[in-house]
Write a protein that binds this ligand. Structure first.
Ligand SMILES: Cc1ncc(C[n+]2csc(CCOP(=O)(O)OP(=O)(O)O)c2C)c(N)n1
Length: 938
């Protein structure tokens, strides 16, 4: 192989690649480097240093002779023989070191049940070329190998290296594309900086924690036979790991640890990590609700099963008190992941500054995943993708995979296509630490390393805790039906507490008696709590149920004085000196100076004014969504781009009198994680107006779990208050089955007990008042707005300054031109269809027809509607007109509200359809025309 001339540069690049990762170069090059026959290898600075050391040693000098600062020329014939023998050996040693770092995990003893690791030929010194025999190993000094484990020669260092990378912990770090992170991790791992042995006191405390964990699970199982507790046993070490996490977070100055997890081990975490009293957990088992029952207006909420409830606790640490929250969680695995991230982000954001100051050190997010869920649920990938984005980063999340090597009854080989549950994280440059759950000291070290990395690089970290599941999926399941071999093995396997007690007894830290009494103490404590509780069961408890405040939306003043709006309008057009807005856009924006005086305030302008007024009133705003900064339909332009430099400027972040933050970000192309994130943010920041915008309303169904499980039900299940606002472009404009419908019917079907508000405003002024009402109403509720597309700039849908400066959001808009006494048919519609009806050629002829708009669909404006009907004395017919098919839109859910005993009600709209809209624009026009004609005269 020619490594001279033109090829030399290429070859030396390859050598560097090889030294970094032997597998990264074609095999013929690998063989060349490992053969020791290449001049290139002989001239490599690191190798040259080695040869000089060896020469010096040959000349009787010491090993400690300093290496030259600059690489010297290759030594001449004197080193020839040594080179033949050693150069290849060194290259092989380097390959071995790289292999340990990259593949050491394949030989690691991660499985508490003792399955044999697969190993890898690259890890075997005897199989390398040349063979790294013990003699050769003893001649290779570690100084040239860039190793951080102790040892002067490879022979001394290799066992340490193997122990480090292939022990009961293992690491996957070499996939990380950032050199600094890789080197930091190698140093941290190999130096053992985070593996300092626990002190005697710490060891005893660790045993005490494991005793608490075990005694708790065993007590509940015996006391409440067959009740679901989703036992943690087999992954007991998770609890001490969380304790270490909390301690380290407090030491690093965090005020809060925000956690999310599923069912597995949750009760144990509630008791021991959050500090919920044993009595409250036992009460749940006894069938009483401890989290005070949720009362949504009249009937009350549903509450939730015990292993879904959230909680908040305060933990005292040497560094001070720290709040620990566990987010309430639906059964839908991993759905809580983005919610936790959003909550953490809210905690980390100072919303009293105009841009929102973000300090990730304030709160640490911790997510506990299942080993089947982590690779299986797509929301995990969406969530991981948020980590590095400006609008979403939380300074790194600690991910703990509670890996019990089974998902319900599904084995890993049926549940994922990758070796490890954690492999997804590799694509996000996240370091992965695997640890055997039966080695509690290694598990504590894993947390220490993980958090040190997070702190240093503000990056996510994954710790894959490999354990087992001592019982079935829950306490009603028999594991041996489906995993018989594993179940037998587990039945014979001592608990981690037993193993650790034996270890500490052997090391002389505790006696077996002391270890036994640790368990007994906890069992006694549980028994006492249970007895005391039994005596109180059934008795009325103090405090009672706190009612959820009813909506006060009608009382909110949303109008803004005209003078103030004029001033804000001008400020919103202000850009820094020298900032060049695109010439075409500049003209469009400057038009806003005229419309504020002459009328024609369109959607984008009304929104900007609503936001600006809120910001000066001290209400923080966060708006995200795909392409939201500009607006999908190019109507918003909240973030301007200098036409020549590309620099950005958001006038809403520079208002003179603003006292609250305006966060605005384009989101990544995700609905599920992004909406979950905003839900979490909005719950933690209940004073803020948090809006999420779909590109087209259709796409919101990618986030259906967030809607069903959190947004509409969070209050009833967990009493979570949010004023999260969804902007969903909706309306039939001939764009086909998608891009037409935001699935209004779904929201209306989910609406009950005033859990959400659903509106379809038809003018920019209505939108202005609606948004402001949503932000200013002291009682927060989620709001779903069907937002328009064509109406964004439609003259008739625009408003005047007076309409913003007076008035309020009207849930129903009457026909302004109706000849009241003559009207026999009242057409009621919502949103954009109104303009199709009133703009139709048939409209002037239909004098006996009035056309009213229903602007708020839920809560249905019962009184306003009754007044509307009563105001038409000659009414003989009410027509509900909608664009959507009969099985979609509002019809089926509000029909009973529209019914009026004296006047027949009729449906006009598309027929029952499997798909929301026609695929052909011409077919759309025909259908739209038919609907309008029928409404007016059919
Ligand atoms: C989205 C979703 N799909 C299916 C289920 C039903 N389910 C409950 S637990 C479980 C297995 C979970 O396995 P894993 O993530 O490994 O956690 P483990 O129960 O083993 O701790 C499944 C499939 C669910 N809860 N959520």
């Amino acid at each position: 192989m020619d490594v001279d001339g033109l090829n030399a540069g290429y070859a030396s690049d390859l050598l560097e690649d090889y030294l970094e990762n032997p597998d990264a170069v074609p095999s013929e090059w690998r063989h060349l480097f490992e053969s020791g026959e290449s001049d290139l290898v002989a001239t490599h600075p690191g190798l040259v240093r080695l040869l000089q050391t060896l020469e010096a040693r040959g000349n009787g000098q010491t090993d400690a002779a300093p290496a030259p600062a600059e690489p010297a020329a290759p030594p001449a014939e004197a080193a020839e023989e040594v080179r033949d023998d050693l150069l290849g050996g060194v290259a092989a040693a380097m390959a071995l070191v790289k292999a340990q770092r990259m593949h050491g995990h394949l030989a690691a003893h991660l499985d508490p049940l003792g399955s044999e690791p697969p190993g890898d030929p690259a890890l075997e010194p005897e199989r390398l070329v040349p063979k790294l025999t013990p003699e050769l190993q003893a001649r290779i000094p570690t100084s040239v190998l860039r190793l951080y484990v102790p040892g002067e020669t490879l022979a001394e260092a290799l066992p340490r290296l193997q122990e480090t990378y292939s022990g009961t912990s293992a690491y996957e770090i070499e996939h990380i594309s950032d050199h600094e992170k890789r080197v930091w991790l190698r140093q941290a791992i190999e130096s053992g900086r985070y593996r300092t042995p626990l002190s005697a006191g710490e060891k005893k405390e660790l045993l005490a924690q494991l005793s608490r964990v075990e005694a708790f699970e065993q007590y509940l199982r015996r006391a409440f036979l067959g009740q679901k507790q989703f036992s943690i046993e087999g992954l007991d070490v998770l609890v001490p790991m969380l304790d270490e996490t909390i301690k380290l977070a407090a030491e690093a100055g965090a005020h809060e640890v925000v956690m999310g997890m599923a069912h597995r081990g949750r009760l144990n975490v509630l008791a021991h990590t959050l500090g919920l009293g044993y009595d409250s957990i036992i009460r749940e088992f006894e069938g009483e609700r401890t989290i005070e029952a949720v009362v949504a207006t009249e009937e009350g909420g549903t509450g939730d099963v015990k292993y879904h409830l959230g909680a908040e606790g305060t933990r005292a640490t040497a560094a001070g008190d720290i709040t620990v929250t566990l987010a309430a969680n639906p059964s839908h695995l991993e759905a809580v992941a983005p919610v936790v991230e959003g909550r953490a982000r809210a905690e980390q954001t100072d919303r009293s500054t105009r841009m929102g100051l973000h300090d990730p050190s304030v709160a640490l997010p911790v997510l506990i995943h299942g080993d089947a869920s982590f690779p299986g649920q797509g929301g995990v990938a969406e969530t991981l993708n948020l980590a590095g984005l400006d609008g979403y980063s939380v300074g790194g999340t600690l991910h703990l995979i509670a890996n019990n090597q089974v998902g319900f009854t599904t084995d890993p080989m049926e549940g994922r296509s990758t070796r490890y549950s954690s492999d997804l994280a590799k694509g996000f440059d996240i370091p992965i630490i695997h640890v055997n759950a039966d080695d509690p000291e290694a598990a504590i070290s894993a947390v220490r390393l993980a958090l040190a990395f997070r702190r240093r690089f503000e990056s996510d970290v994954v710790v894959d805790i490999v354990g087992y599941r001592r019982h079935g999926h829950n306490e009603q399941d028999e594991a041996a039906y489906t995993q018989p071999l594993m179940a037998t093995q587990i039945a014979e396997h001592p608990t981690v507490r037993e193993l650790f007690a034996q270890q500490l007894a052997a090391e002389g830290f505790v006696t077996q008696d002391e270890a036994g009494s640790m368990v007994k103490e906890v069992t006694d404590e549980l028994r006492r709590a249970h007895e005391a509780l039994k005596a109180t069961l059934g008795a009325p408890r103090a405090g009672g149920e706190e009612r959820i405040p009813a909506s006060t939306a009608d009382e909110v003043v949303t109008a803004v004085p005209a003078g103030q709006l004029r001033g804000l309008n001008e400020e919103l057009l202000r850009v820094p000196e020298g900032f060049e807005v695109h010439p075409k856009l500049k003209g469009q924006l400057e038009r806003r100076l005229r419309t504020i005086e002459d009328g024609g305030i369109d959607w984008g302008q009304a929104e900007a004014l609503a936001f600006a007024a809120l910001l000066v009133e001290g209400i923080p705003i966060r708006l995200t969504g795909q392409d939201t900064e500009r607006g999908t339909f190019s109507h918003r332009h909240a973030v301007l781009h200098d036409a020549y430099t590309g620099e950005t400027y958001a006038p809403l972040q520079h208002l003179d009198d603003a006292t609250a933050s305006m966060e605005i970000y384009n989101s990544p192309l995700s609905e599920y994680a992004c909406l979950g994130f905003e839900y979490g943010y909005s719950v933690a920041a209940s004073e803020a107006l948090v809006l999420w915008e779909a590109q087209f309303g259709d796409f919101v169904n990618g986030a259906q779990i967030v809607i069903d499980q959190f947004i509409v039900a969070g209050m009833a299940k967990w009493r979570e208050m949010t004023r999260l606002t969804l902007l969903l472009p909706h309306g039939y404009e001939g764009n086909g089955p998608e891009h037409s419908s935001a699935r209004l019917e779904r929201f209306l079907q989910l609406a009950a007990q005033e859990n959400i508000r659903v509106a379809n405003p038809s003018t920019s002024g209505q939108y202005f008042h609606l948004v402001r009402r949503q932000a200013l109403d002291p009682v927060g509720r989620p709001l779903v707005i069907m937002t328009p597309k064509g109406l964004l700039r439609l003259k008739q849908a625009s408003s005047t300054l007076a309409e913003l400066a007076d008035g309020a959001f009207a849930p129903v808009i009457d026909d302004p031109a109706a000849a009241r006494d003559e009207v026999t048919r009242l057409v009621i519609c919502s949103g954009k269809l109104y303009y199709d009806v009133v703009g139709h050629e048939e409209r002037p002829k239909a004098r006996s027809v009035a056309v009213a708009r229903l602007e708020q669909l839920y809560p249905f404006p019962v009184e306003a509607y009754a007044r509307l009907i009563a105001s038409y004395p000659s009414l003989r017919e009410i027509v509900w007109a909608q664009e959507e098919p009969q099985n979609m839109g509002a019809w089926r859910t509000i029909r009973h509200r529209l019914e009026e005993p004296r006047v027949p009600l009729r449906y006009v709209g598309r027929s029952w359809r499997a798909s929301p809209s026609e695929g052909y624009p011409t077919a759309h026009l025909v259908e739209q025309d038919r609907i309008v004609r029928t409404a007016l005269s059919g």
